[in-house]
Design a protein around this ligand. Structure first.
Ligand code: PRP
Ligand code: URA
Ligand code: MG
Length: 207
């Protein structure tokens, strides 16, 4: 599985803002929005394009657009904060939704919602979730996508744990990972260390 870490000074500064426990909800959401733009920029670097003619005020020249409009899939709740910047960068994208909440005792994903197109066989899919911890929530989401025929899936995360990267690899699914960092690992509560805490709570408050 390909894992690409977006290693850029501006991304590192935004990640630091998100990690800082003093950042309030609004500051956290704002940094996530801007960092998501960078992650999506990298995630779409190899996307196929189609060329067409465009007329400038001076001449006709070659233009380009994405050959296949993608589906963006935020994993609720925390992925919601990544939707607006991702869809602003890819205005022709569609959006599907998956809701999963981790059980705090077992750390297993508990699905509560899905709203996805039936056929994803020709569709590049970008799954948006800031946190890849045990990987359970992401693997569940990709299970749903693969069951609908998806073969081109990119997980777009802010912080990944090595355990989550290994879980994605073990899943055998056709997925690649774009992340701003791969952190040290998980603690006894399956939180990422050093991480940034609970990405859902830090955007929206406790549930
Ligand atoms: O890799 P995992 O061990 O499955 O953990 C990662 C999941 O945990 C967080 O969601 P959470 O369950 O806290 O729900 P929330 O977004 O509603 O806060 C996060 O946004 C991921 O979806
Ligand atoms: O560190 C973690 C782990 C799971 N979910 C989060 O939001 N943060
Ligand atoms: Mg949470």
């Amino acid at each position: 599985m390909e894992t690409r870490v977006v290693d850029h000074p501006l991304a590192a500064a935004l990640l630091t803002k998100m990690r800082d426990e003093r950042s309030d909800n609004a500051t956290f959401r704002s940094a996530l929005r801007r960092l998501t733009e960078m992650l999506i920029y990298e995630a779409t670097r190899d996307a196929s394009i189609e060329e067409f003619h465009v007329t400038t005020p001076v001449a006709v020249t070659k233009g380009a657009r994405l050959a296949r409009p993608p589906l963006l899939v935020p994993v609720l709740r925390a992925g919601l904060g990544m939707i607006e910047p991702a869809s602003a960068l890819i205005p022709q994208s569609h959006v599907g939704f998956v809701g999963v909440a981790r059980d705090e005792q077992t750390h297993q994903p508990v699905p509560y919602m899905e709203s996805l197109p039936a056929d994803l066989s020709e569709v590049p899919v970008y799954v948006l979730d800031p946190m890849l911890a045990t990987g359970g929530s992401m693997v569940h989401t990709i299970d749903l996508l693969v069951a609908r025929g998806a073969t081109d899936v990119t997980a777009v995360c802010v912080v990944a744990a090595p355990e989550g990267v290994a879980a994605l690899e073990r899943s055998g699914h056709p997925v690649r990972l774009i992340t701003a960092t791969v952190d040290e690992g998980l603690n006894e509560r399956a939180f990422i260390v050093p991480g940034l805490g609970d990405a859902g709570d830090r955007q929206f408050g406790p549930r």
